[in-house]
Design a protein around this ligand. Sequence first.
Ligand SMILES: Cc1cc2nc3c(=O)[nH]c(=O)nc-3n(C[C@H](O)[C@H](O)[C@H](O)COP(=O)(O)OP(=O)(O)OC[C@H]3O[C@@H](n4cnc5c(N)ncnc54)[C@H](O)[C@@H]3O)c2cc1C
Length: 423
Amino acid sequence: MKVAVLGAGIVGVTTAWYLNQSGHEVVLVDRQGDAALETSFANGAQISVSFCEPWANAWVPIKVLKWLARDDSPLLFRPRLELAQMRYGLSFLMQCTTASFERNVEELVQLGRYSHARHKELVAATGIEYDRLEKGILHFFSSQADLDAGVAGAEVMRHHGVDRRVLTREQVLAVEPALASFGPNIYGGTYTPSDESGDALVFTQKLARLCEQGGVQARWNTQILALERQGQQLSGVRVRNAQGGQETLQADVYVVALASYAPALVNPVAECLNIYPAKGYSATLKLKRPERASTVSLLDDTRKIAISRLGDRIRIAGTAELAGMDTRLDSATAQVRCRALVKRYEELFPGVADPSEPNYWTGLRPSTPTNIPYIGRSRRLGNLWFNCGHGTLGWTHGAGSGHALAELIGGRRPDTAFNFYGV
Ligand SMILES: Cc1cc2nc3c(=O)[nH]c(=O)nc-3n(C[C@H](O)[C@H](O)[C@H](O)COP(=O)(O)OP(=O)(O)OC[C@H]3O[C@@H](n4cnc5c(N)ncnc54)[C@H](O)[C@@H]3O)c2cc1C
């Protein structure tokens, strides 16, 4: 079967890989000149099976109200006269109940487990190196109230079979001694040794090269303009090709892996995908004192940021801004938020990294109100499949969702209790 995979981020590339491995003829289409140049470019680097709680919970509406006025708050909501934002916002509020939270956690844990197993197999099979560290994820807290909430969160995760341990301050420092100078401010933490971290960009581009070597036809610099429908099928994809001309690409089956850009193309021809961009930022710094830098991947609860070691660099990533398709880095808000990441790193690890030449980046998390991605088949068009809306966890769920989609397209049921869309 000929399959067109639309979008070459981590999700599209893993999908192309597994489809190719299953014997399909695969075309991979992206507007960029290579893979992973958008949301998968400089994320928090965490493969985070255990820290997968959805944003929507019973306490979040009050927190968001408190954060509304602060430019440096972890979550910034900028209300707009925009149907997509209203749709997302209302559905999100409906998920802010304990019952929905529990249900969504269960789904995300299922997908995370399945995906981690596929990720390990894929790394073993391909030998791809990407600054991987299998040292777990450590979440630390700087107040008793935050620690209490973290302990309750760990309890929920343990209930779902995830090994998230509660640690005292001394145990936190034993797991990551590099936190020593910030130690007196730490009240405790939670830790999952089985989680890991690594560079999603490097991994995705290396896998894209292996895809091409294996026969996947990559169409770089190809802008998808519209999906064309005929009856209950997709009949083609109108694109502007690398030479600037327009053409229609045709395949038997189409997979949409276009992250936050999926609704604009899918909603006019099929069902309405409720995916909204949650802008995030990262700063990547060169290490001056690598021997004093952390190697365990960290979550700083106070600022809701992830800190991951990538070879001789450190990545600090986080914050979310619900403000439309804005990928500017030069706005006043973006500058405040980027600088806040570096400032916090300096508070935690004074003198360890070189803050003079930070590599700032921004990306749009393709968020759904439940945090659960659309992985499965369109309910309207028989030959259209989705692998999009991975929100905060696309790197974590990349291998699993790519593998699962190839299984589903091949008529097989993936070995997980996760509920696939439309299947
Ligand atoms: C600050 C931040 C930190 C994060 N940290 C983590 C983390 O620690 N762990 C984790 O698991 N996840 C993390 N994420 C989330 C993760 O990065 C995303 O979920 C993931 O990258 C989404 O992958 P994707 O392939 O769906 O999207 P993308 O990588 O954005 O891929 C979509 C592709 O579609 C292409 N495209 C879009 N529109 C068109 C068009 N019209 N024509 C042609 N091509 C098009 C784009 O060029 C792009 O290459 C983080 C995200 C952010 C922003």
